[in-house]
Design a protein around this ligand. Structure first.
Ligand code: FES
Ligand code: FES
Length: 155
């Protein structure tokens, strides 16, 4: 038996027909909607690569059942800004030349965007605390901190 679940992703309304309503939101975004920004890293809520915003809250989509986001507003990295009007964090990432392989970027930007929304001018300590638990295997951490500070200075 299929279940229909409605949600809004990056401003577009979708009704998904799924066999398992408890499938991870990440699988629905990538597999059902063909989105490529939320990445599968660990699948265990430990790396942050899959982070999206659910009703404005940074959420690890690999461990969030689709049924839990019924009628929710989901924002992905693609919905944060556009090439013409990037989010300050997206612009700062380019200006600070943060990415190496780029796999982790989704998690850091989506988590930092939620942090800056709540606290537009965080201290270094608040930035580090807010980004705790995210992983970058390429070691871009110092550049990421610079980018978050740069984005905060644009606000
Ligand atoms: S893939 Fe979700 S936290 Fe790692
Ligand atoms: S840029 Fe490669 S994992 Fe972070």
């Amino acid at each position: 038996m299929t279940t229909q679940i409605h949600l809004v992703v990056d401003g577009k309304s979708h009704t998904l027909s799924v066999d398992d309503p408890n499938m991870p939101l990440l699988y629905a975004l990538r597999g059902e909607l063909g989105m490529s920004n939320p990445h599968f890293g660990c699948g265990l809520a430990q790396c942050g690569a899959c982070t999206v915003h659910v009703n404005g809250q940074a959420t690890r989509s690999c461990v969030t059942p689709l049924s839990a986001v019924k009628d929710a507003k989901v924002t992905t990295l693609a919905g944060l800004g556009t090439p013409e009007h990037p989010h300050p964090l997206q612009a700062a990432y380019v200006e600070e030349q943060v990415p190496q392989c780029g796999y982790c970027i989704n998690g850091w930007i989506m988590t930092a965007a939620a942090l800056l929304k709540e606290n537009p001018h965080p201290t270094d300590e608040q930035i580090r605390k807010g980004l705790t638990g995210l992983k970058c295997r390429c070691g871009t951490h110092m550049a990421i901190i610079r980018a978050v500070k740069r984005a905060a200075s644009m606000a």
